[in-house]
Write a protein that binds this ligand. Structure first.
Ligand SMILES: [Zn+2]
Length: 226
């Protein structure tokens, strides 16, 4: 059995590694998990002993095949819990992450499978994150572009909101930036601030927030599904 903390580290290595395509450094993990580098080092050592991560001095860590299985299992738990909370229990999409973060370590694969079954095997959670299948395959999320790379005048539909907590989700919900909703890029400032027009009005989003938002062109959205 792995502890909830170990599982959180594995999830962090998976998420950061996917984002950067590189080995994950101790300092990146410390930043992400909001702990000190020495804390990261001692936990990484434990994970290495269990064969879950592969560590190279000065280069950082990657997940082993076994570690990757653990990461996908937790993501399946997390994303199905978020789907269940919004669809079956009427939670708001911006209020489910922290709850799922706590529960993901404690639900069995059996319960997770039953949730999937009850929801009709959804391919994505309420934030557009793909849900690993029972065989731990990730459904293809399709091609998207980050809002941080958008240009003035573009009309876009939000496909996926990467997130680490309810705080940023609530911030975006208030700004009218919601999954599957349209927005228009009003302005992009030289240092990355993106101003968008949503149903809630005009909002300026800092670059680090705009980077979390994956979009598709609004036109594409209007086309009937093949
Ligand atoms: Zn989440």
């Amino acid at each position: 059995m792995l502890s909830a903390v170990m599982e959180d580290y594995i999830k962090a290595v998976y998420t950061i590694g996917n984002e950067t395509g590189e080995r994950v450094s101790t300092s990146a993990l410390a930043d992400y998990l909001d702990v000190t580098p020495p804390t990261v080092s001692s936990m990484v050592k434990k994970l290495e002993e269990r064969g879950l991560v592969d560590r190279e001095e000065y280069k950082g860590v990657t997940l082993t095949e076994e570690g990757e299985v653990v990461a996908l299992e937790i993501l399946r738990h997390h994303r199905l819990l978020e789907s269940f909370l919004t669809e079956a229990l009427d939670y708001d999409w911006a209020d489910v992450h922290d709850e799922a973060d706590r529960l993901e370590h404690h639900v069995s694969d059996e319960l997770t499978d039953r949730i999937a079954e009850a929801l009709g095997h959804p391919l994505a959670d309420p934030h557009g994150d793909p849900i690993p299948t029972r065989e731990l395959e990730l459904p293809d999320a399709g091609e998207t572009a980050r809002l941080s790379a958008a240009e003035r005048g573009e009309r876009l539909v939000v496909r996926r909101i990467r997130h680490q907590g309810d705080e940023e989700l609530r911030y975006l919900a208030e700004a009218g930036v919601e999954p599957n909703e349209a927005l228009e890029v009003v302005d992009v400032a030289p240092f990355g601030m993106v101003t968008v027009r949503t149903a809630a009005g005009e909002q300026s989003l800092p670059e680090e927030i705009a980077r979390l938002i994956e979009t598709v062109p609004a036109e594409e959205e209007a086309e009937p599904a093949a």
